[in-house]
Design a protein around this ligand. Structure first.
Ligand SMILES: Cc1cc2nc3c(=O)[nH]c(=O)nc-3n(C[C@H](O)[C@H](O)[C@H](O)COP(=O)(O)OP(=O)(O)OC[C@H]3O[C@@H](n4cnc5c(N)ncnc54)[C@H](O)[C@@H]3O)c2cc1C
Length: 291
């Protein structure tokens, strides 16, 4: 997941200053909402600075946990726009500076009362180690929402979403947002590349979409180090695979979204030196988006 310039600036700004003001504003805002007892959006356009308790945790494979946080009131919703991440902050022991990292919720952006993250643990990772150490009742500070590509329903008839590993979270959020909106008729194809079979996440949710939206949702898993008995495709996300499973529509009307490790993103999207696979397949630069 390459961090785009704007979120980087936001993270730096929020980390460097404004924490006190944010906390104060957030505290005032929360009291007003609680008094009025009306459903409210936890994340707006500015700083949120809200501490949310962990409600439950689930280890979903050897390195990934699903962490479910409670919003301040059961009727609150996240208020995030499609697509967005949330900026989390913590103060690891022995460090003077806080650690700020974005994560993309996998709970529906309008689900009342909860915010769910799917977090991969990196052995030396500061924030992912902290998040994996949280126990129910522990609190995590959410500093702000980070808006990604703002999806416009029905802007194209079909989208291709390509995820690598932990990059599945924004891809899932987008697919979930499209498919749960009865007014959005966009067809969705996901190509999901993982290292091993057990790295395939959110499979129950994807299976449900496959059953419910047979005419307009498809997911293709490809595993680079598969189990012997795997029924999934083998290998990485290649030009040949994309040509076969998501051919560019004849009228060219489509968009493609990519989120994965840097090597995968640069092979698909390209770099200053090399044209990426997607452009080689005929996608225009303005049709290709990363998170
Ligand atoms: C917009 C956005 C949304 C994101 N959403 C999610 C999400 O929903 N779930 C999720 O798990 N992550 C997500 N990430 C990644 C997340 O923000 C952190 O970068 C990640 O958790 C690592 O942070 P850390 O502090 O644990 O590791 P750091 O302390 O920053 O890094 C320590 C070491 O861990 C390894 N490492 C760190 N990040 C990566 C990586 N991406 N690939 C390979 N090795 C790495 C490296 O060896 C690095 O030297 C998102 C990133 C962005 C930009």
């Amino acid at each position: 997941m390459a961090l785009p310039v704007r979120p980087r600036t936001i993270i730096a700004g929020l980390t460097a200053g404004g924490i006190g003001a944010g906390l104060l504003l957030s505290r005032l805002g929360r009291d007003i909402d609680a008094d009025a007892n009306v459903p409210s959006k936890v994340f707006g356009r500015g700083p949120a600075f809200v501490s949310l308790p962990l409600e439950s945790e689930e280890q979903v494979n050897h390195d990934t946990k699903r962490l479910r946080f409670s919003l301040p009131n059961p009727t609150d919703i996240s208020g995030l726009s499609l697509t967005s991440a949330v900026l989390t902050m913590s103060w690891p022991k022995g460090r003077w500076a806080p650690v700020a990292r974005p994560y993309t919720p996998v709970s529906h952006i309008n689900e009342p009362g909860v915010l769910e993250l799917l977090v991969k643990h990196y052995p030396d990772g500061k924030q992912s180690t902290h998040l994996h150490s949280l126990k129910p009742g522990d609190k995590l500070l959410f500093a702000a929402a980070l808006r990604g590509h703002q999806w416009v329903p029905n802007s194209v008839p079909h989208v291709t979403l390509i995820a690598g590993g932990a990059g599945i979270t924004p891809i899932f959020q987008l697919a979930q947002g499209i498919l749960s909106n009865p007014d959005d008729k966009t067809a969705v194809t996901i190509v999901y590349g993982v290292n091993t079979n057990e790295d395939c996440h959110l499979t129950k949710e994807f299976q449900k979409y496959e059953n419910e939206f047979q005419d307009r949702f498809k997911i293709v898993y490809t595993v680079s180090r598969p189990d012997e008995k795997t029924t999934l495709r083998k290998g990485r996300v290649t030009k040949e695979l994309l040509e076969e499973v998501v051919p560019l529509p004849k009228n060219g009307e489509t968009k493609v979204f990519v989120c994965g490790p840097p090597a995968m993103e640069s092979s698909l999207v390209g770099s200053r030196k090399e044209t990426g696979i997607l452009e080689q397949l005929g996608y225009r630069k303005d049709q290709i988006h990363t998170f």
